[in-house]
Design a protein around this ligand. Structure first.
Ligand code: SF4
Length: 327
């Protein structure tokens, strides 16, 4: 078996409490891997810790627990100087393209910045930037313009070109289409997919609903209140969700087949996700879970392989497809 591109173990982020007491666990003990050239969809409601996770994967945030191994090397404790050569291989695309592009720089300057940081010669920068702008579907004449002269979709293409400038092995795409019109979202997802085919880059694609990542992902991880509650091959998770939370999220995804869409039963969850500052005991999903039983209030369910085919893992005492006794 080949070593995964990235291995995450026990990854956590605890923010200090404002007053005395335990800190706030935004991310709690994540274990997963990212394979070369794949897309791992990372999905959950806002506040579940998915963006914090994405930022820790590329070391824009320093984890307070656990490890991130990239190409076999533990990068969680590296200094900024030690990280510099790795920055070329690990990149991020942000949700709001305008906020992430310097308004005083031309597109040429923006896209060439990562190449400059890696010491690439000016002539080579100019050549590569021309290639990159065309790769993302814009034209060389756009290079002398400023971010405000573009639409949201075009600005995100510039962000993508910048992220790909150094030919990274892994890009964290942090809700890259959430701020865009629905008609533009499909174009950007299609672009990311084509670039993956052409360049072999792996993505961790963060989204707040399962519809956005369905097309692009090879595997999907569902997060709830700082933990992964289900992870597995895309087809398996979508066809046969094992965690009640995944099932509820999926019930909100429209189906392409009109008959199936008419028959779709929407599971509406009660209330909002609880605050990570005051998480429920046991399974943190229990106050909203239609299947909750006594054990769910007291015992934290561990992420475990399901008994079905594939490598799907679920953290639930009563998984949807195994109506057996509590684990
Ligand atoms: S452990 Fe219990 S409360 Fe949590 S998701 Fe499973 S059935 Fe629901």
């Amino acid at each position: 078996m080949t070593t995964p591109l990235m291995q995450v173990s026990g990854l956590g982020m605890t923010y200090p409490a404002r007053r005395r007491g335990a800190g706030i666990k935004a991310v709690d003990g994540l274990d997963f891997e990212v394979r070369a050239g794949e897309t791992l969809g990372l999905v959950g409601e806002s506040g579940c810790g998915k963006s914090t996770t994405g930022r820790m994967l590329v070391r824009l945030l320093d984890p307070t627990a656990g490890q991130v191994r990239f190409e076999g090397q533990d990068i969680s404790g590296l200094s900024q100087r030690e990280l510099r050569p790795l920055r070329a291989k690990l990149q991020i695309i942000f949700q709001d393209p305008f906020a992430s592009l310097n308004p005083r720089q031309t597109v040429q300057q923006i896209i060439s910045a990562p190449l400059r940081a890696q010491g690439v010669s000016k002539a080579q920068q100019a050549k590569e930037v021309r290639e990159l702008i065309q790769l993302v579907g814009l034209a060389p004449e756009h290079l002398e313009r400023y971010p405000h002269q573009f639409s949201g979709g075009q600005a995100q293409r510039i962000g993508i070109a910048r992220a790909l400038a150094t030919r990274p092995a892994l890009v964290v795409a942090d809700e890259p289409v959430s701020a865009l019109d629905v008609s533009i979202q499909a174009q950007i997802v299609g672009l990311l997919e084509r670039l993956q085919r052409e360049l072999g880059v792996a993505y961790v694609f963060i989204a707040h609903d399962l519809a956005v990542v369905k097309h692009l992902s090879h595997r999907v991880a569902v997060m709830y209140l700082g933990r992964i509650v289900e992870i597995g091959e895309k087809d398996q998770v979508y066809a046969d969700p094992a965690h009640p939370y995944t099932k509820a999220l999926l019930s909100a995804v429209p189906l392409p087949d009109p008959a199936a869409e008419r028959a779709r039963e929407r599971i509406v969850l009660l209330g909002d996700p609880p605050s990570p500052a005051n998480p429920p005991s046991g399974c943190t999903f229990h106050p909203r879970c239609p299947k909750a039983q006594e054990i769910c209030r007291s015992e934290v369910p561990l992420l475990q392989l399901t008994s079905g085919p594939g490598e799907r893992q679920v953290a639930c005492h009563f998984p949807e497809n195994e109506d057996s006794a509590a684990s």
